[in-house]
Each structure stands twice: as C-alpha cells, then as structure tokens.
Design a protein around this ligand. Structure first.
Ligand code: ADP
Ligand code: ADP
Ligand code: ZN
Length: 218
C-alpha cells in the first residue's frame, strides 16, 4: 500500500503520518524531515537544499526524487506499506513517483487531500515546535509536551523551525497553491483522491484517516 499526503503547510500531515506509523507497520517518507536531516548532517545534498528551504521555496525536483528513491530502495525489503508525507509536491515529482512504483510493479493506493482554511492553519504553524533531535512536532496549545517545551522522548528543549516565520509561511503557502495544488486534479482524475476535513482535532482527523486506510487495506 502506498499512501500520499497532500496539503498546505501546517495542516497536520506530519502529525497524522506519525500516528499511522505508531499504529501500523508502515514506512514514513517525509521529504521535509529527510531534507532537514541532510542539512543537520552537512551533506552535499543538505548544503544544496538549505537556501531553498530557508526561503520557503521548493527544493529542486531532482534532489528530492533522489532522496525518495534512495529511501524506498533501502527499505523495500521490509515489505511494509508506505506513507509519503509532503511528497510529491509537483506534477514532475508525481510522475517520477509513478515511475518508481511501476518499476516495482506497484502503484499509489490513495492520495489524501488535507483541507482546512487559512487562518487556523497559520495558528498551527506559528505555535508549532519541533524536537531538534527526533523531529517530533508539538504545539504550544494543541499538542503540548508533557513537560514545559521539552521533547517527551528526548528530554531536550524544543525549537521553532526557522521557516515557520511569518514571511516564509506566506511564501510556502503560495508555493503550495501554485505548484502542489494541481496534484489534486492529477489524482482526482485517476479516482485516487480522498479529501479529509483537517480542521478538527487531532484524534477526529485520525479516525477519518484510519477509516480510509482500513477500507483500502488488502
Ligand atoms: P510543511 O510543514 O510545509 O509541510 P515540510 O517539512 O514538508 O513542511 O517541508 C519543509 C521544506 O522542505 C519545504 O518548504 C521545501 O523547501 C522542502 N521540501 C519538503 N518536501 C519537498 C518536496 N517534495 N519537494 C521540494 N521541496 C520540498
Ligand atoms: P504539516 O506536516 O502539514 O506541516 P504538522 O503535522 O507539523 O503539519 O502540524 C502543524 C502544527 O499543528 C503542529 O504544531 C501540530 O502539533 C499541530 N496540529 C496538527 N494537527 C492538528 C489538529 N488536528 N488540531 C490542532 N493542531 C494540530
Ligand atoms: Zn525528540
């Protein structure tokens, strides 16, 4: 099973992907997390990606596709299902993902469209905090850590992502509208699109998502 998560920044994709991985034996491929790890490791790819991410632009397709290819190839033996969180983000990436899956005699099972209005989404982003070690995300109001602003798992102080700054948030939202939103039609035409109301609380969104997943489970 190959599940794709599509949605604007802050809508809750990462949160839901993490909950799925806790419940089911699935591999999560979050290109945002992988890119941030590359930057932290000071790899060549990370160095190339850094400026794009800081400006809220998309990292060039070729870099992201390499990263995904590598991750899929290194985990394929597990036979697990996959969740792609924040990938594909362009039509080009979607086509490359189709090619990659086709070469493994597989295809996308469902594309989940996370939808909600802008204002609350901005509140989610501005209150988001991240563990710099395990990348788990929290929220100062909606998903508080057990102890004041430290990671439940790592017990170290949470940080705010530098691209969760107001002007970069605006840029990322506009990139979503221009380059990523066309993917909804791409998947709708193939009858693969499921829209989820992402404005509700974390557990309600998860129960909807879980229901979709149960339905498509082989
Ligand atoms: P968001 O909270 O917007 O979903 P992510 O953590 O998914 O943030 O992505 C952070 C940044 O990483 C993006 O603004 C972009 O620069 C880069 N990025 C992540 N995934 C991709 C992708 N599939 N293609 C291009 N750039 C990506
Ligand atoms: P994305 O990966 O789509 O950018 P995240 O999963 O990082 O989004 O969520 C953005 C912020 O909103 C995080 O701080 C997260 O804790 C919080 N959040 C996620 N889902 C919900 C929800 N359903 N209700 C309230 N806050 C949420
Ligand atoms: Zn942590």
């Amino acid at each position: 099973m190959f599940i794709v998560f599509i949605g604007p920044p802050g809508v809750g994709k990462g949160t839901q992907a993490n909950m799925l991985v806790e419940k089911y034996p699935m591999v999560k491929i979050s290109t945002g997390d992988l890119l941030r790890e590359s930057i932290r490791d000071k790899s060549v790819l990370g160095e190339r990606a850094k400026g794009f991410m800081e400006r809220g632009e998309l990292v060039p397709d070729a870099l992201v596709i390499d990263l995904v290819n590598e991750k899929v190839n290194s985990t394929a033996a597990s036979g697990k299902s996959y969740i792609f969180d924040g990938f594909p983000r362009t039509i080009e990436q979607a086509k490359e993902l189709d090619n990659l899956l086709e070469s493994r005699s597989s295809k996308i099972s469902v594309a989940v469209d996370f939808s909600m209005d802008e204002e609350e989404r901005i509140e989610r982003l501005s209150g988001r905090r991240m563990c710099p070690s395990c990348q788990r995300t929290y929220h100062i109001k909606f998903a508080k850590p057990k102890n004041d602003l430290t990671c439940d798992a790592c017990n170290i102080p949470l940080v705010q992502r530098s691209d969760d700054d107001e002007s970069v948030i605006r840029q990322r939202s506009s990139v979503y509208w221009d380059l990523t939103r066309p993917l909804l039609d791409f998947y709708r035409k193939r009858n693969l699109l499921q829209t989820i109301d992402a404005s509700r609380n974390i557990d309600l969104v998860f129960s909807d998502l879980d229901r979709f997943i149960q339905k498509i489970k082989p």
